[in-house]
Design a protein around this ligand. Sequence first.
Ligand code: UD1
Length: 339
Amino acid sequence: MKKTVLVSGGAGFIGSHVTVELIEAGYEVVVADNFSNCDDTCFEGVKKITGREDLPLVKMDFCDRNAVGKLFKDYHIDAVIHFAAFKAVGESVADPLKYYTNNLQSFLNVLDVAREQGGCNVLFSSSATVYGEPEKLPVTEQSPRQAATSPYGNTKQMCEDFLRDCVAAYPGVRGIALRYFNPIGAHPSALIGELPRGVPNNLVPFITQTAIGKRACLSIFGNDYPTPDGTCQRDYIDIVDLAKAHVCAVARMLDGKMEEPYEIFNIGTGRPVSVLELVNAFEKVNNLKLNYKFAPRRPGDVTAIWADPSLANEKLGWKAERTVEETLAAAWAWERRLK
Ligand code: UD1
């Protein structure tokens, strides 16, 4: 019998790519989303890519405890991947209660239902933001977490701790936290991708929107950092590669391969890329010129962070495969399709 994975926030950017990879790996998937920060573009795209017109979709809010309880009664859920959360760093500073209420309550409800039903495999989508400004690079899972610089970052740390403590306390609850570096790109079909609302905060959507003419000019935030070219360095991870890491993590949980009931993995490439290098690679692979200027540093940005992904390479049997050029070509194909 096929194992069933519940994907909360499954209609969003990361959730939709993960849903595709799970289905292609032979899992049954139940998508649940309240569509608070997306429309049905990606869900429709997932159905097209997988040929699964009958893919179950539950429109619901994970902050509603009764709704989460009912979902687990309606479906036999072998594992849940929890994406349903707000993700705009700046907005979380301006309205922390919005983030604390939504991001914490929704995950607490998932954990409470897991406890109530006597166990479940829970995969939490965490972030490299938990490492703050690292003292040593690359960061391993043992690198210390630093005090969060935003309520958004704080919710990631707190949810990791909720999961750790629930795994320790409630029999049958197992958990994996995946710490993503910077997910970018789109599915090669260009049927699903990132759909930022309003002005994008993240670099790659801003680049593609500038290239297509929706934005006049990209501001590169800071060129006086202590890095080789003065711009910040990040570990940009292809969204399909990232999605595949979830399939490996789910398999590890469902196949009884976990070495500890709570595990953490960095999901990155291990390759630092500066903002300027990313812009140059985008121009080169897509054969165009991008209008950009240097601007002051953005408050809250770290100078440089990239992953040591060797634990995920070894234990999950997963490795980032796509080059940054392939990923940027896919991001551009998606932007052009949206036009
Ligand atoms: C941010 C969040 C991270 C979150 C991720 C989601 C923090 C500190 N960062 O990462 O938690 O998981 O988004 O993808 O919480 N840049 C520009 N011009 C722009 C936009 C960005 O130069 O218009 C630069 C930034 O200064 C940074 C790099 O591009 O150096 C990447 O920025 P961004 O895509 O926003 O990701 P992060 O800030 O790394």
